[in-house]
Ligand binder design. Structure first.
Ligand code: GLC
Length: 730
């Protein structure tokens, strides 16, 4: 990706006002702007009050009491020497009081406009509490569902994550009703933590950083994001909180970033724990040298920087540069003019709820629908049985990072289905929690299932099994859920499975027992009404997988944009240890890149998702056979809805560069469009490809190389309709 100019995010006026103010500050006051402290949940201690008034605190996180926030801002603006407003930060990750689907679920909507509306809604709610900065969006690419934080990101693909990250930045910062400073995190490569274990080591060559992990960050900066957070993980031997190559050479020099960098929670003193600094003082110096503007919660800047400057261990101009960036952002965000504390009107609140439900409905991915068992016919005389540990869990359905979501706002699947189906519905939890190992209720469940015409299984993982530091080595349905499924399946009653989870789960052992399968992620407060609308066909599901679903955890990392290898596996590859002739020679099962015991393909591939309609692609055409640097290529395709109902399809365009100076992925998503199409109608879709869309980093520079480019269009990364063009560089 060529370096791009993101300087326009900061206005010259903001910079010049910041420069004038900086000149008036004492060293203590400058360092104060670099200090963020944790709020005290509803009070202002004497120490905090004094810190604000003396100008030795520039930001507070995790205070959400509106009155307290207002008082802290009053102290800062009326009683401190220069009246510099505070940055009030909070993890507003997927909604605030009304929980929206987890970001991974929002990515499954492939709907940037709706995701932007969700961020606007969250900004409005959060601004009521005086929050003016959110530590979101998290745009860490991840291809390892063992990692708990996969829930917070937008999946495995740089293009989809980039579009989602840009939408979140726009929604937070440019909303008409409220603005929050956004924060791209965690820079960079955090999602590659070895073994899917949080905070673990990452070794990522620059070619992979540039082609896979950097693009969503650069895209977010281009959308105007003005703060960045480094990752906890060690990156190639230099943890980002002490990594000047990352924070200065890439972020500021190559990309032109003009905002500021906030450390992650105590990530600066953790440099000592990583082993690249001998003590806290050294970690403070290293972080300033690396370009970390603001210290989150550790006090390591407050404790050390003044003395380091006064004893010439640190030049004051380094401090000046970092403080200037913070002040410029405060001016840019208008914080000197108003705190932005808003009240939410009833009609706005209605919209907040509506957006949360729309996001939930569009996030759901229909993965199986044998014999069109879905949608349900609510007028049928049939009797439905709802079973499962996730059916009636108002908190668990919210997912991770929901400190401020009010449980009272949560509507569960059980509640919503009972409202809709009344007496035609029976319910049994089957298991008390998703981790419950007990089979004691299975008999009762079987008895009820025998009497039902259809069973709806509400499965998945509780919120606590997802999120930061909540990683799993076994990513199957936890507890005795597989046994519960088998117990119900024995009865032969049709089964519709709904999975609520913070990650792709392995379902290989039970997938054949489901007639219908709806993957709902953690759908948020409106899980119930959203699920009912999709199950009954009021909403035709349109979600597509933002991340591959493996057959087995042993396949991980497994993702669609992989290399071809020199010996790719073929569909005929042997599958299953029992299939191997015991007298076979070592070579008889073929020496290709596969596992003996699991098929080389995923359970479900990136970009896959069914609909109650059927979509057919045809008549692929290119506006030209070859493409030169100053030209663009129009790719057209005919999309038909041959199904019985109106629906929405996410049409995806992938490329493959079969021969290049370095190996390239077998598929790369480049463009997508959400298309609403009435039943029995068709539409001609046009995708426009620019020369720059085909650039890649080859280990030393960004370039586009002459040669063939294959182009595929379809409803998933497995799209077969394709053709090719010739790139001509001269
Ligand atoms: C956490 C997370 C980060 C979050 C911060 C503040 O440890 O890594 O994403 O924004 O602390 O809560």
């Amino acid at each position: 990706m060529l370096g791009s100019n993101v300087q326009s995010a900061l206005s010259p006026d903001a910079k010049s006002r910041a420069g004038l103010l900086l000149k008036k500050l004492t060293l203590t006051e400058k360092i104060g702007q670099m200090v963020q402290v944790n709020g005290q949940q509803g009070e202002i201690s004497g120490e905090l009050r004094q810190g604000i008034i003396s100008g030795s605190i520039g930001s507070v996180l995790n205070e959400v009491n509106p009155e307290i926030v207002q008082e802290m801002q009053r102290l800062a603006q009326e009683q401190s020497r220069h009246g510099i407003p505070l940055l009030i930060g909070r993890d507003v990750i997927h909604g605030f009081k009304i929980g929206q689907p987890i970001p991974l679920g929002q990515a499954a909507t492939w709907n940037p406009d709706l995701v932007e509306a969700g961020a606007q809604a969250a900004a409005l709610e959060a601004s009521q509490a005086g929050i003016n900065w959110t530590f979101s969006p998290m745009v860490d690419i991840c291809r390892d569902p063992r990692w708990g934080r996969v829930a917070e990101g937008y999946g495995e693909d740089p293009v989809l994550a980039s579009e989602m990250g840009k939408a979140m930045v726009r929604g937070y910062q440019n909303g008409s009703q409220a603005q929050l400073l956004s924060c791209l995190k965690h820079f960079a490569g955090y999602g590659a933590s070895e073994s899917g274990r949080d905070y673990n080591t990452t070794y990522i060559p620059e070619i992979e950083l540039q082609n896979v992990y950097f693009p969503p960050f650069l895209a977010g900066l281009e959308a105007g994001c003005l703060s960045i957070m480094p990752s906890f993980s060690d990156l190639n031997g230099l943890p980002p909180s002490g990594n000047g190559w990352l924070m200065r050479d890439i972020l500021r020099k190559a990309w032109g970033f003009q905002g500021f960098v906030v450390s992650d929670w105590e990530s600066i003193p953790q440099l000592q724990v990583h082993g690249i600094c001998e003590d806290r003082l050294a970690s403070a110096g290293k972080a300033v040298q690396a370009g970390i503007n603001l210290d989150m919660a550790s006090h390591v800047y407050a404790e050390n920087l003044q003395a380091m400057v006064e004893s010439d261990q640190l030049q004051e101009n380094l401090i000046d540069d970092l403080v200037l960036e913070i002040l410029a952002v405060k001016y840019q965000m208008g914080l000197f003019d108003s705190h932005g504390q808003k009240t939410v009107t009833p009609s706005q609140q209605k919209n907040v709820i509506q957006v949360a439900q729309q996001l939930a409905e569009q996030s759901m991915v229909l993965l199986k629908n044998a014999d069109k068992v879905l949608p349900l016919d609510k007028n049928s005389s049939g009797h439905f049985l709802l079973v499962g540990p996730m059916a009636d869990q108002p908190l668990e359905q919210l997912g991770t990072w929901v400190f401020d979501v009010e449980q009272a706002n949560s509507i569960t699947l059980k509640t919503a289905l009972e409202n809709e189906l009344g007496e035609s519905l029976s319910f049994h939890p089957g298991l008390q929690t998703s981790r419950d190992q007990s089979h004691v209720q299975f008999k009762a469940v079987s008895k009820m299932a025998k009497a039902a015409d259809l069973v709806i299984l509400a499965l998945g993982e509780e919120a606590i099994l997802s999120g930061e530091a909540h990683c799993r080595t076994d990513i199957r349905l936890p507890g005795a859920q597989e046994a519960l499924i088998s117990a119900v399946a024995e009865l032969g009653t049709p089964i519709i499975a709904i999975v609520m989870a913070g990650r792709p789960l392995v379902m290989e052992a039970v997938i054949d027992k489901f007639d219908g399968l709806l993957y709902a992620w953690h759908p948020g407060s409106m899980a119930g009404p959203a699920l009912v609308n999709v199950l009954l066909g009021n909403t035709n599901p349109s979600g597509k997988l933002p991340m591959t679903i493996p057959r087995a955890v042993g396949q991980v990392p497994i993702y669609y944009g992989h290399g071809n290898t020199g010996k790719p596996a073929t569909p005929e590859t042997v599958i299953g240890l029992d299939d191997i002739d015991p007298h076979a020679s070592q070579l008889s099962v073929g020496n290709t890149s596969f596992h003996l015991d699991v098929a080389p393909s995923p359970q479900f591939c990136f970009g896959f998702g069914l609909s109650y309609s059927q979509f057919v692609y045809g008549d692929l055409r290119f506006s030209r056979e070859s493409l030169k640097p100053d030209q663009s290529l129009e790719v057209s395709v005919l999309l038909e809805n041959t199904g019985p109902v109106d629906g929405v399809e996410v049409a995806q365009l992938y490329i493959r560069d079969p021969v290049a100076s370095v190996t390239r992925p077998v598929r790369q998503l480049k463009k997508f469009q959400r298309v609403a199409l009435k039943s029995q109608t068709s539409i001609k879709l046009i995708f426009s490809i620019q020369w720059q869309d085909l650039s890649f980093f080859n280990g030393s520079s960004w370039l586009v190389e002459a040669g063939i480019i294959e182009i595929y269009v379809g409803g998933s990364s497995d799209a077969r309709l394709g053709g090719q063009i010739q790139l001509v560089t001269s």
